[in-house]
Design a protein around this ligand. Structure first.
Ligand code: GSH
Length: 226
């Protein structure tokens, strides 16, 4: 099998399993247990120099392709399959714009809310430090949700037809929408979220790797120690 996915079950990992399942591409799964530090092993860093999942290797007859950064992986799979990534320039640029929006804004902001919310619960943290950070990242998350809500007016999917842009944004919105406030304030996002959740490929994608790794509370304490 030529496609090898290096993966852990987080929103950035789910983007890629959603794309692979939607496109019907066969792949071999390599679990990278980020709660136990496997993302820092020399073997993984040789594939993903930034030490983050996901990463993808494609052994092609003309040479090995190695891709890290989830949006770069989605674009690669879109070009490979010819699916969910328009062939015309205006359509492709629109999908790229929302992919970059997710990578630079939506994902990092929702992720920072998670981090600071956890930090705020620790007794040794300065509450002023965490509350200012939480205020900033929650506010920016809410602003980004308002942008997405506007984009979804009169559209079932972000760029009209279901695309890589939805695959990138959906796992973050699905799991962490509470970081941006009450989803009831964003009815178009709520319907979009439910519409995509019904897709069989998405449901399969979320189950990938299920049960392969067992964790306990001490693993979580390790990853959130800093
Ligand atoms: N911009 C990267 C972010 C990847 C990323 O942050 N991955 C997380 C899991 S969602 C990770 O590997 N974390 C390991 C760590 O923090 O050491 C992408 O979209 O691929």
């Amino acid at each position: 099998m030529s496609l090898q996915l290096y993966y852990f079950g987080t929103p950035n990992g789910h983007k890629v399993t959603i794309a692979l399942e939607e496109m019907g591409l066969a792949y071999q799964l390599h679990m990278i247990d980020i709660l136990r530090g496997q993302q820092t092993s020399p073997e993984f860093l040789a594939i993903s120099p930034n030490g983050r999942i996901p990463a993808l290797v494609d052994d092609r007859p003309e040479g090995r392709v190695v891709v890290f950064e989830s949006a770069a992986i989605l674009q690669y799979l879109g070009r490979l399959s010819g699916l969910f990534y328009p062939g015309d320039e205006p359509g492709r640029v629109a999908v790229d714009s929302w992919l970059f929006w997710q990578m630079s804004g939506l994902g990092p902001m929702l992720g920072q809310v998670n981090w600071f919310a956890r930090a705020a619960r620790k007794p040794d943290r300065d509450p002023a430090e965490t509350s200012l950070a939480l205020h900033r990242f929650r506010k920016e998350s809410a602003r980004l949700f308002a942008v997405l809500e506007q984009q979804l007016q009169g559209r079932d999917y972000i760029c009209g037809a279901y695309s890589l842009a939805d695959m990138a944004c959906w796992p973050w919105v699905d799991k962490y929408h509470a970081n941006a406030g009450d989803l009831a304030h964003y009815p178009a996002i709520a319907s979009w979220r439910a519409r995509i959740a019904e897709r069989p490929a998405v449901q399969r994608a979320l189950r990938v790797g299920e049960g392969l790794i067992q964790h306990d509370a001490s693993d979580l304490a390790t990853v959130f120690r800093h």
